[in-house]
Write a new protein. Structure first.
Lengths: 273, 296
């Protein structure tokens, strides 16, 4: 399987196609519906955020795409392959809310873990891990162990590890959820840059509205009981996402739009003074 | 200075033991302390503190001097040489038993971790195995061994001793490794799944490294158990040449040569120290796998 596809092919084959997906946990009478009637297509290179309150199934949807869970009904495809095949072919890289680094491995060893598992040669591994450490700004910390890093640094290592196989799809489940606000905004800016540089499609689960708007091309708004997609908000704010964007009126307008979509009704404005 | 402190405390502890021994020998009643003795009746009552005679309690320096005296009078080699030779014999057997025990323990743990049913089936037997009295068990192992191989090379006695040592050593390893192999977070296991890593890869890259902090204390216990097992089995089977047999043999000479039984005891203590030191060194080489573990 070649990783290189022509522009036409890339345009034709979406990164993710979810069609008619239901997901229920438990058996028969006791089954609890987590997702119903999910249809979603994510283009190659597109950045899509999944947002919604707890229990709306946004993480479950990401897990279905990652083939960590299987849908009860419907199909999930990644670059035209069934989710399972895509997982076996390493079509995606993944990062979770907890960095999940192996504590006995240094920064570069953690980044190189997927390469090591897939039998990439030592020299190539070292080179790639070094480049990725630089990409996430940790080249000075390459031989440190996770317990010697801050939470933000650990998360950067996790992102670098997710990028190790040069995946065409990046799955991220609230990767900045455990970070403080300042670190979080810096990481968002970096992720926006990395996403552009790697040209990978990104599925980004979050419950922060500004984070979703700042990062994505589209925001998928979900609602619970049963988990479903209620709105899809386009965010045409350009490919590059500079820090200044956070203070622009277009940004605020989009934040308001997503918030209204989340609440299902226009939010009452504070009385103007 | 910080690093030297444990050594200082260790030496103080040993010195305190020696001082206590000599102090009691100096101040205690010659005939020891006996309670409930009946007048005129020999050996009645209960002696709760020993006699302080040179025969019952030789001076520490006498024990030390005796190590450099001849083993059995005349021109025989000094006692310390005999003790050292016996200690090395037992150490080798204990090491063999330790190796077998660790291997069996880890294999059992891997099987139990892999299949729940295996855990239910094996774990109770692993626990029951440790309630078998060793002294009774050792000669049985030896007689079974002899029956296995009669036509070819004879079953060596030391192998029986090593097997008994391994029987004590495998237990903590099986329990510790089982706990350690199951210790990785669900998130880590799922990460390996996203890498499409198979069972053996996950075992090698995730489960074994994660088990190290659980394995080290287990291995420390296993090493101590292997030494005890070897010493007891030597005595029980009656294998000559090791330190266990020597303790019994020289113990019998204590009435005429009170300092001599202490020689092999010093040897046995040295054996334990070597075993513990080897495990500590192994733990030091594994220090990167113990990150996040509280330094104890």
């Amino acid at each position: 399987m070649s990783r290189f596809v022509t522009k036409e092919q890339a345009a034709q084959t979406p990164a993710v196609r979810v069609a008619g997906v239901d997901k229920a946990f438990g058996k028969r009478a006791k089954a609890v519906s987590a997702l119903t009637g999910i249809d979603l297509e994510i283009g190659a290179g597109e950045f899509v955020a999944l947002i919604g309150p707890s229990g709306c199934g946004k993480s479950t949807l990401m897990r279905l795409i990652a083939d960590l869970d299987q849908p009860t009904a419907g199909t999930v495809e990644v670059y035209g392959k069934p989710a399972r095949q895509a997982r076996l072919d390493q079509e995606y890289g993944i990062a979770f809310q907890q960095a999940g680094l192996l504590p006995w491995r240094t920064v570069v060893q953690n980044i190189a873990l997927p390469l090591e598992i897939h039998g990439v040669s030592y020299a190539e591994r070292a080179e790639r891990a070094e480049a990725l450490a630089t990409l996430v700004g940790l080249s000075d910390f390459r031989d440190r162990y996770p317990d010697q890093l801050s939470g933000g640094m650990q998360q950067r290592v996790a992102i670098a590890r997710a990028l190790a196989e040069r995946p065409r799809l990046l799955l991220m489940d609230e990767p900045f959820g455990a970070l403080d606000e300042m670190t979080r905004e810096r990481m968002q800016t970096e992720l926006a840059r990395i996403a552009v540089e790697s040209r990978a499609a990104v599925v980004f689960v979050t419950h922060s509205i500004p984070e979703a708007v700042f990062l994505s091309d589209r925001v998928v708004v979900m609602s619970p009981r049963p988990g479903r997609i209620t709105h899809i908000v386009d965010v045409p704010l350009g490919t590059a996402r500079p820090e200044l964007l956070r203070e622009s009126p277009e940004f605020f307008a989009k934040v308001t739009e997503v918030r209204e979509a989340l609440h299902g009704a226009p939010v009452e404005r504070a009385p103007e003074r | 200075m910080r690093r030297a402190l444990p050594w200082v405390y260790g030496i103080i502890g040993i010195a305190l033991g020696i001082v206590l021994w000599e102090l009691y020998k100096l101040l205690g009643p010659t005939d020891g302390v006996v309670i409930g003795a009946v007048e005129g009746e020999r050996n009645s009552g209960l002696r709760i503190l020993p006699r302080t005679t040179d025969r019952a309690m030789p001076h520490v320096w006498t024990m030390f001097e005796r190590l450099f005296g001849p083993t059995s009078g005349g021109d025989t080699a000094p006692l310390w040489q005999a003790v050292a030779a016996a200690s090395i014999t037992t150490l080798g057997i204990a090491a063999a038993g330790f190796a077998i025990g660790v291997a069996v323990g880890i294999v059992l743990a891997v099987i139990m971790q892999r299949w729940r049913v295996a855990e239910w089936g094996i774990l109770p037997w692993v626990i029951v195995s440790q309630t078998v009295p060793l002294i009774a068990f050792a000669p049985v192992v030896n007689s079974i061994g002899i029956q296995i191989d009669r036509s070819g090379t004879p079953w060596p006695q030391w192998l029986s001793v090593a097997l008994v040592a391994s029987y004590l050593a495998f237990f903590p390893v099986a329990i510790g490794a089982l706990k350690g192999l199951g210790s990785p977070d669900r998130a880590h296991a799922e990460l390996m799944r996203t890498y499409a890593a198979g069972y053996w890869t996950t075992l090698r890259k995730l489960r074994f490294p994660a088990a190290v902090p659980y394995l080290l204390p287990a291995i420390r216990l296993a090493a101590a158990n292997a030494v005890i097992g070897a010493v007891v089995a030597e005595v029980s089977i009656g294998m000559p040449g090791g330190i266990g047999r020597m303790i019994i043999q020289l113990g019998g000479q204590g009435s005429s040569d009170p300092a001599i039984p202490w020689g092999p005891i010093v040897g046995a203590v040295g054996l334990g120290l070597v075993a513990a030191g080897a495990v500590a060194f192994f733990g030091w080489t594994m220090r990167n796998y113990r990150r996040g573990e509280a330094t104890a």
